[in-house]
Design a protein around this ligand. Structure first.
Ligand code: SF4
Length: 317
């Protein structure tokens, strides 16, 4: 196993040396793609480049740097003003808030200067390890190997790292390449990816590096883990939904009881109706009875006389 590991390490080192030579030949002096004047404008440009192309950043920064050429001027701007100037960049609302706060902290903590320290840079809002690495290498010439998603992917395809994580790729690349080449290699690999990696798919046969260095990429462990998490999450969710469904059943039971109540109420009302009919019938009969019981009207006046006369006639006959 140890021998195999040593051989693998040797293979990787040979591969790295060959890749290094090709990249030096293809891109002898790679320029920094983000336009800037000083460490502050570089820091701002790199912070803006997340989820945005360098070309897009270069379109918005001239107007932004005209309004805010330094940290004090940026700190004095309203978030809305910054947003208006960078609104065509991805994640512009969050970036405008970060830029304002970052500038305030640069003034408060560092007298308006950009600190030459990974820890101090990474303590600023919107500044991660990759952004700090770019600033450290390109603004101050400190050896760093900023690894973005493209470099991470290419390092895995070339078999220089296992694609487990960006942190591991950075560690592997730093171990494989000489320190004085790190800053340049970061840019060289970016330019290589832009020129040779089409969005549509791989064609290793026509690539100056992939034609001999390409290895099938293992699924990134993080992705695998997240997939597993997703699955477990899905299970949890299904459990949750099942748990949620139970009360729904209870609800249906409630509904059933409510329905039962309704039906019993209906039945009662239905039973009551004949009773009402009966009472109506009773009322009718009572009215009839009362009508039958009604005393005959008393004869008064002329009517009495005519009745007497009639009875007299009957007796005379
Ligand atoms: S095969 Fe082509 S697309 Fe794939 S990594 Fe190599 S150069 Fe890029």
């Amino acid at each position: 196993m140890r021998l195999a590991a040593k051989a693998d390490k040797g293979d990787r080192a040979d591969k790295a040396a060959r890749i290094h030579a090709i990249l030096d030949r293809l891109y002898p002096r790679p320029p920094i793609p983000l336009q800037h004047e000083n460490p502050f404008t570089l820091l701002v440009a790199v912070a803006l480049s997340a989820q945005t192309t360098d070309a897009r950043v270069n379109l918005v920064t001239p107007a932004l740097f005209e309004r805010a050429p330094d940290a004090a001027a940026m700190a004095a701007l309203e978030v809305g003003e910054i947003l208006d100037l960078i609104k065509t960049c991805g994640l512009a609302p969050a970036k405008s808030k970060n830029l304002k706060r970052m500038a305030q902290l640069l003034v408060e903590r560092h007298g308006g200067d950009v600190p030459k320290s990974f820890a101090d840079l990474e303590a600023l809002p919107g500044v991660g390890h990759k952004t700090a690495s770019v600033v450290m290498s390109q603004a101050f010439g400190v050896p760093a190997f900023p690894v973005d998603t493209h470099i991470h992917r290419l390092a895995a395809r070339w078999g220089l790292s296992d694609g487990h994580s960006v942190e591991r790729t950075e560690r592997d690349l730093k171990a494989l390449f000489p320190e004085d080449a790190w800053n340049r290699l970061h840019l060289q690999i970016i330019y290589f990816g832009r020129e040779h990696c089409p969005a549509r798919g791989h064609e290793p046969g026509s690539c100056p590096i992939c034609s001999w260095a390409f290895v099938a990429e293992p699924a990134p462990a993080k992705a695998r883990k997240s997939g597993a998490k997703k699955k477990s999450g899905a299970k949890k969710k299904s459990a949750k939904t099942a748990a949620k469904k139970k009360p729904a059943k209870k609800k249906s039971a409630k509904k059933k009881t409510a329905a039962k109540k309704k039906t019993t109420a209906k039945k009662k009302s239905a039973k009551k109706k004949p009773a009402a009919k009966k009472t109506a019938a009773k009322k009718k009969s009572t009215t009839k009875k009362s009508a039958a019981k009604k005393p005959e009207p008393k004869m008064v006046g002329a009517a009495k006389k005519t009745a007497k006369k009639a009875s007299a006639k009957q007796t005379a006959a």
